[in-house]
Write a protein that binds this ligand. Structure first.
Ligand SMILES: [Zn+2]
Ligand SMILES: [Zn+2]
Length: 407
């Protein structure tokens, strides 16, 4: 037997029956229509903003332990248990759930390479083939018994004086906010004597290498993006780092360093984002900066309303940061900056390194401890994910070179 009011379960959890029941309830039907409109709903902290069907205005739908509330007159004055906005949020959560399942089906796995099979032919029959010494350890070489070729699992670190563990530890410490001096001191404790300059060179080298590789990966980002800009110092010169991020997965989509906050700079950022993701957002959330509004119009405005990107300039409520997801990124780089006293130059690949750490290596509280890349269906395997990324980046560049050479 079905209940008389199947929509109101007294909890804010996703009501799976809502889609089936929609036909019989006009509010549910209107809610469904809102949910299917581009940019009509977006999540703001723990609440949802739902666009009014009649006015250019957003209502606030809030989940509570006892059920949902809405700020619209229908809910407040007429006392209906579930207005069309609440239905709209429920439908949109259902759509999101379906998209998430689809996303997980298309998962990309970035594998770790180890000495269990031949790098050239995949054969598992191997024998040890001498060692190479470096400053903080030995690198084992192997020979394949099937194809007779030799290899080491030192992929990406071939001509380095130090081993992968020392290098990846140094990078991890650095991107987690340690100064180059502190990184050097930590390495000395594990027996690796390295200068600040060498560590800086590692970080720049591997950030550039990985950056080329991750550009080829296609993360499944959502349709609501956020843009923001922060100040960065380069040898005393102020520059803006523009960043574009996916709202749902926190994936850092694109970055651009510019000397001003002009329209043209925001347009460069939007183009980079669209090129990288192969699509444009349905909704763009930004702060009040006018350049975003104009750049969004010029890049993403279309005649047809359905394909037009809806731009939301966030409204600041008393005592809260509506753009708090960006605030977190600001924290990541600003904390760093205090320690570092300015990056060397604005072309530095180290800024890309931040983006890679943010996306692929740093677990996010808001994603239940997953990384943004994992939330986008990209898994990096191995205990040392940074090493896995470097291995794959190195092999990917090599294959390209080989293919070029064979022509
Ligand atoms: Zn409402
Ligand atoms: Zn082989």
């Amino acid at each position: 037997m079905r209940e008389q009011t199947p929509y109101h379960k007294g909890t804010p959890e996703l009501d799976k029956s809502v889609g089936l029941e929609a036909q019989s309830n006009p509010r549910a039907l209107r809610g469904q229509a809102i949910a299917q409109m581009a940019g009509a709903i977006y999540k703001d902290q723990e609440r949802y903003r739902v666009h009014s069907q009649t006015r250019d205005w957003f209502y606030t739908v809030t989940p509570h332990e006892t059920g949902w509330t809405c700020s619209c007159p229908d809910f407040l004055k007429r006392g209906v248990l579930e207005c069309k906005h609440i239905f709209a949020v429920q439908f949109s959560l259902q759509i999101r759930e379906t998209v998430k399942v689809e996303r997980e089906k298309r998962e990309t796995v970035i594998e770790q390479f180890n000495a269990s099979s031949c790098l050239h032919c995949g054969s598992p029959s191997l024998k040890k083939f001498g060692v190479r010494h470096n400053k903080d350890g030995n690198i084992q070489r192997f020979q394949c018994l099937t194809c007779a070729k030799t290899f080491s699992v030192n992929i990406g670190f071939e001509r380095m004086k130090h081993n992968p563990k020392a290098i990846t530890s140094a990078m991890t410490l650095y991107f987690n906010g340690e100064s180059l001096r502190n990184v050097a001191e930590s390495l000395a404790l594990i027996g690796a004597k390295v200068s600040h300059q060498t560590i800086h060179n590692w970080i720049a080298k591997y950030s550039a290498l990985m950056s080329k590789y991750v550009e080829k990966l296609v993360p499944s980002v959502g349709d609501t993006w956020r843009a923001d800009e922060i100040y960065i110092k380069f040898k005393g010169d102020m520059r803006y780092l523009f960043a574009l991020m996916d709202d749902e997965t926190r994936y850092w989509i694109a970055q651009d360093v510019a000397g001003s906050k002009e329209i043209v700079d925001a347009r460069v950022l939007f183009r980079k984002g669209q090129t990288a993701m192969g699509k444009k957002p349905k909704v763009l959330i930004t702060d009040g900066l006018k350049a975003y509004q104009e750049a969004c119009q010029r890049e993403w405005w279309t005649m047809k309303k359905e394909t037009r990107t809806r731009h939301i300039r966030h409204i600041t409520m008393k005592g809260e940061h509506n753009n708090n997801k960006m605030e977190r990124l600001n924290g990541e780089i600003r904390d760093r900056e205090k320690v570092m006293r300015g990056l060397k130059n604005e072309g530095t690949p180290i800024l890309k390194g931040y983006q890679i750490f943010h996306n692929y290596l740093r677990p996010h509280e808001g994603l239940n401890g997953r990384t943004p890349a994992e939330a986008c269906g990209i898994q990096v395997q191995g205990d040392n994910k940074l090493q896995t990324l470097i291995q794959n980046a190195s092999l990917s560049n090599r294959k390209f070179t080989l293919a070029e050479g064979n022509r």
